[in-house]
Ligand binder design. Structure first.
Ligand code: GLA
Length: 382
């Protein structure tokens, strides 16, 4: 990737970059819509991501380009107007600059910027957090603000997403892209937030099935779930749903509307599943981990209602495959991808069977990715 990045940078800007940073995409392992409710979540950084190269300019221009879209987008440094249409991808690197400023960190005065990605976009693997974190590490490398801690840059990325891009997401995506480690899962207690890692038992494999389906209103639906959760917490008299136990939610059923009860129950039981998953992981008990993953999907399907017929079909078909420990939708839902935790005996042949069954039912083939865990965001020698 680095070679391709240098080459594209040279072709686009006629020069070589001074700074390179890379940040990975992530799998949401378990903990669906728990993050913004103050709960816990487990994720894995994968071995694919976004690379950003930068070279300074003295003329106060920010010039952005990517291998994902044609052309160069040029912005006068300090102009933070949100973009629409074909250049709207720039809202990620631009939002990070706005967030650096909001955090009182130095903002580069002028640069040429090129981003390349080997992360499938729209697959629920959080290419947005990857570009945010890679940009944040590149910018701080350029300004010399290298003391800014990893945790700060994770928060800068989330700030960009919440305030500039405009998605009320939690800390999961940026936290995992920032704190990922090979062969480990990232555990986040979102209230601190506090970041830790848990070893992934040997012999555990990840397979991602991307349906390429996306609900037309996905951002609005995500925001609606966010709102429903906040309202349920208010009715229960707590700041966040993580403040109530599953038993307390059941006891308060009559206070809540039927929908609020379902959303709250999903969140508090999912938090309990995350904690049970950590225990099972530490014991190397992948069979129990798999059952928790499958239970998480079922809860998304029936209580949180952020699944789709396509995701349900994949999760069910995978969970019924002998080499699979468990399967669930990964990410916000309403389309996107299903993740399966498998033994090493699951291979291309088994994946193809699932793809064929899906194609027969839905008339399209999902993309399949056998993902490896990888390290979190970092700067790389240019
Ligand atoms: C998206 C958001 C995350 C998280 C998940 C659902 O990926 O960006 O913050 O809320 O959905 O768990």
């Amino acid at each position: 990737m680095k070679k391709a990045l240098l080459e594209k940078f040279r072709i686009t800007f006629g020069r070589t970059p001074e700074i390179i940073a890379r940040a990975p995409g992530r799998i949401e392992f378990i903990g669906n819509h728990t993050d913004y409710n103050g709960g816990t979540v487990l994720g894995a950084a994968i071995d694919r991501g976004v690379w950003v190269a930068l070279a300074p300019r003295a003329d106060g221009r920010w010039r952005f380009a990517t291998d994902q879209r044609p052309g160069i987008v040029e912005v006068a440094a300090g102009k933070f107007a949100k973009r629409r249409g074909a250049s709207s991808w720039v809202n990620y690197p631009l939002g990070v600059l706005a967030a650096l400023r909001a955090f009182g960190l130095a903002v580069p005065e002028g640069f040429d910027y090129f981003a390349v990605s080997d992360l499938p976009a729209g697959a629920g693997l959080s290419s947005s957090a990857a570009i945010e974190l890679a940009s944040a590490f590149a910018y701080t490398g350029m300004t010399g603000e290298t003391k800014a801690e990893r945790e700060t840059l994770v928060k800068v990325g989330r700030h960009a997403e919440n305030n500039f891009v405009g998605v009320p997401c939690g800390i999961l995506d940026q936290g995992v892209s920032g704190f990922g480690r090979k062969n480990r899962l990232v555990f986040i207690d979102c209230r601190g937030p506090k970041f830790a890692t848990v070893p992934l038992p040997a012999g555990a494999h990840f397979w991602i099935f991307n349906t390429h389906t996306k609900h037309a209103l996905v951002d609005g639906l995500y925001a609606a779930r966010h709102r429903e959760c906040m309202e349920a917490a208010k009715t229960l008299g707590v700041p966040l749903l993580a403040d109530v136990s599953p038993a307390a939610v059941v006891a308060a059923k009559r206070k809540l509307s039927p929908v609020a009860f379902q959303r709250a129950r999903h969140v508090v039981e999912e938090i309990a599943r995350v904690d049970a998953t950590v225990v099972a992981l530490r014991a190397g008990d992948l069979a129990t981990v798999g059952k928790l993953l499958t239970a998480s999907h079922r809860s998304s399907q029936t209580l949180f209602e952020n699944s789709t017929a396509e995701l349900d079909f994949l999760a069910k078909t995978l969970a019924a495959t002998p080499q699979v420990f468990g399967a669930r939708l990964t990410g916000g839902g309403f389309g996107g991808a299903v993740m399966a935790l498998t033994s090493e005996k699951f291979g291309a042949e088994q994946a193809e069977k699932v793809v064929a069954a899906y194609a027969k039912k839905f008339g399209a083939r999902p993309d399949v990715l056998h993902a490896q865990t990888g390290d979190g965001a970092k700067r790389i020698q240019a």
